[in-house]
Design a protein around this ligand. Structure first.
Ligand code: PMP
Length: 405
């Protein structure tokens, strides 16, 4: 028998992807992926195919995407430095703005130093790979972000998963580990699909008991949890510290990029050991300037954090009181559980008909029968926007049989 041609094998894989996408998004009204939205600069509304819809699935938690001060900072950086850089950071790619941004991140994170990566994804892959390798063991929460999982795989370390937010299970895994190398526990501060928070004090205790380092990904925590939006340490009162703190500049901070913060020795090491930092181009000037300005605004305007926290709690209460399941959410990320994948798509379509963009997340990104709309409250949402959204979600839930009509 002749072996299949390389193109034949690939064609089968391509067709399988097509079949899956088509089964969910076959009708025009059910399309949800890769759609172009133009979100207004000064509101939470977006233009989509001639309609004006309330965006309820965006990540700009502090409502700073489009902020005129952030836009002005980015424009000014382009005027000064141009659009790109002159290479990687270690060579000709570093500009003064990178150093200013890293100092601001370090200050925000309460650490001595920080480095900025091209994305949050790169920050995870680079940091994990820079910290552990063959002979070490990483312990990751079952719901950790894909970039943590990919970083672990690439690092060559042994990887052990523990049940979501289950510190006892983690303790058993740590106790059973026979590694002679480093033990590193990595969690998301806020889980992006459920909106729940990692139990930091208990995690710290179990890590100390078993001589493990603790790293957190603050992607959905920065600007979202803690009295001043400082993230998970702030949320738990500032007493408990993590060993390695990392985050992104693409959500509450409306730019692109990622970061890791720590003491001088750790960051000095990662400058050379984190491969996506060492071998990939430096952050573009406009991105660095936008991130820097946003961090300054976050420090000056903590009321943005308070507004988002208040309105997300209010929305969650309104929806759960009416029977919608919001999983374990306790942050601005609120899942609306629909059930099966098809139902989640119908729910999203019904929301659009009610004037709201609420995007579905289906298997394999979430467990079977827990397909959902993943919504997020931002500081751009007024009280009236949240009231409108709540009503739209409840009507749409009835139309799509998520709730009885
Ligand atoms: N970590 C978490 C928890 C995330 O949700 C994301 C983005 N969805 C990332 C990291 C990656 O960040 P970025 O989009 O900046 O690459």
């Amino acid at each position: 028998m002749t072996p299949p041609s390389a193109w034949g094998v690939l064609a089968e894989r391509l067709a399988a992807t097509q079949r899956r996408v088509r089964s969910l998004e076959s009708e025009p009204d059910r399309r949800n992926s890769f759609l172009p939205y133009t979100v207004e600069r000064d509101s939470a509304y977006a233009e989509f195919e001639g309609s004006r819809l309330l965006m309820m699935s965006g990540y700009s938690y502090l409502g700073l995407a489009g902020d005129e001060r952030v836009v002005a900072a980015a424009k000014s950086a382009v005027d000064t430095y141009g659009t790109g850089n002159h290479g990687v950071r270690a060579l000709a790619g570093t500009i003064p703005l990178h150093e200013e941004l890293e100092a601001e991140i370090a200050r925000f994170a309460g650490r001595e130093a920080a480095i900025a990566f091209g994305s949050g994804y790169a920050a995870n892959v680079g940091t994990v790979g820079g910290l552990v390798g063959a002979g070490d063991t990483v312990f990751i929460d079952k719901y950790d972000h894909a970039s943590i999982v990919d970083g672990c795989r690439l690092s060559g370390a042994e990887v052990t998963r523990f049940r979501h937010n289950d510190v006892e299970h983690l303790g058993r895994r740590l106790a059973a580990s026979r590694t002679r190398g480093l033990r590193l526990v990595i969690v998301d501060s806020v889980y992006s699909m459920d909106g729940d928070i990692a139990p930091l004090p208990q995690l710290r205790r179990v890590c100390d008991e078993h001589d493990a380092l603790l790293m957190v990904d603050e992607a959905h925590a920065l600007g979202v949890i803690g009295a001043s939006g400082g993230g998970i340490e702030d949320h738990f009162g500032g007493e408990v510290r993590v060993d390695v703190k990392l985050g992104t500049l693409s959500k509450a901070i409306p730019s692109m990029g990622g970061w890791v913060a720590g003491d001088q020795a750790l960051i000095g090491h990662l400058r050379y050991a984190a491969r996506p930092f060492l071998f990939s181009a430096a952050l573009a000037p406009a991105q660095a300037a936008a991130a820097l300005e946003s961090l300054r605004i976050l420090r000056a305007e903590p009321e943005r954090v308070a507004h988002t926290q208040h309105e997300s709690a209010r929305l969650r209460d309104l929806l759960s009181a009416a029977g919608l399941r919001t999983a374990a959410s306790e942050t601005a990320v609120i899942p609306l559980i629909a059930g099966g994948d098809e139902t989640a798509y119908d729910f999203a379509t019904a929301c659009r008909h009610e004037g709201v963009i609420a995007l579905p997340v289906v298997t394999p990104a979430v467990p079977n029968d827990l397909a959902r709309l993943r919504i997020a409250v931002t500081a751009r949402h007024s009280k009236a926007d949240i009231d409108f959204a709540a009503e739209a979600f409840l009507k749409a839930a009835r139309t799509s049989a998520v709730l009885p009509s």
